[in-house]
Design a protein around this ligand. Structure first.
Ligand SMILES: [Zn+2]
Length: 291
């Protein structure tokens, strides 16, 4: 393939991700983004190159044959701008991580509506953790049960200053209590090299994996469709930000490790993800904010 053709091919592959076309998982898992953060790659990976990057703020649509439409994470939501404007602390904290976000276009519910998917039809949202860039869309899907770890939920329900210090905008979680399906990892089972996992619907399709460190109750999701329907996918959430975190493996930068709830535990979790990915090259790994 000529250099030019290779470039074209790369461009096509990147466009496919940005335009949310299903990749190799054949429609079982589809990746979208609700805008982009502008940051530096050196923050994402220890020893990483000093270069500006635009990183997606993703959510994923999963089609379960019996349970219907399921999201993993929800990105920034329709109310983000007003939530941010409502408190100077949000404005100040969020200004440290500039973003590109169009509230008329980018929220998950609006993107799905444009594709003819009624946000009312989403049955479940599995949430990796409650940072504002993942929980922002929860209120936009009124009929979705929210699958969140019990620990994550209780850690976010502290006064709004403390919550904000943990990366949580409490406004995004108002009015959700009746929709919760709290995941209790004290009743979990080991799976492969992970200590705590839960087969969500007891059908082997969606396995929740406790991946703490970035936040105390962080969870990742292993999607295993029947072999005829596509490739298994591991959605790491923010347990890993980019592929290098998992493949090498490399921790996040020292600054980020210091900012995470438990940096050493986050690194331990990353090493487990690395080991798992090495044992299972057939599983596609999708990190939380791959540029
Ligand atoms: Zn994030």
């Amino acid at each position: 393939m000529t250099h030019y053709a290779q470039k074209l091919k790369n461009l096509f592959l990147i466009s496919a991700l940005i335009l949310s076309l299903p990749l190799s998982a054949q429609n079982i898992v589809t990746a979208y983004t609700t805008g982009y953060f502008k940051t530096n790659y050196a923050f994402m990976v220890s020893g990483g190159e000093w270069k500006s990057v635009r990183i997606p703020i993703p959510f994923y649509v999963i089609r379960h044959p019996q349970k219907g439409l399921i999201l993993f994470d929800s990105g920034l939501g329709e109310e983000f701008v007003s939530q941010e404007q409502s408190w100077w602390v949000h404005r100040l904290a969020n200004s440290l991580l500039p973003l590109e976000f169009d509230s008329q276009k980018d929220p998950a519910a609006l993107q799905l509506a444009r594709e003819g998917i009624d946000p009312q039809d989403v049955r479940y949202i599995i949430i990796s953790h409650l940072h504002y860039d993942h929980a922002g869309g929860l209120r936009d899907f009124p009929n979705a049960k929210i699958v969140v770890s019990r620990e994550e939920w209780s850690q976010a329900h502290v006064d709004r200053w403390k919550a904000r210090g943990r990366g949580v905008m409490r406004d995004q979680l108002e009015g959700l209590a009746h929709r919760l399906e709290l995941v209790d990892y004290s009743k979990s089972i080991p799976f492969e090299n992970f200590d705590k996992t839960i087969d969500l619907f007891q059908d082997g399709f969606l396995r929740l994996i406790s991946t703490p460190g970035h936040t105390p109750g962080h969870q990742s999701l292993l999607v295993t469709p029947p072999p005829s329907q596509g490739q298994p996918v591991l959605l790491t959430g923010d347990a890993a930000w980019v592929m290098e975190n998992v493949t090498v493996p490399l921790p996040k930068s020292l600054l980020i490790q210091w900012m995470e709830e438990d940096g050493p535990l986050a690194w331990k979790t990353l090493k487990k993800l690395h080991e798992f990915s090495k044992n299972h090259p057939e599983i596609k790994i999708i990190p939380g904010h791959q540029p």
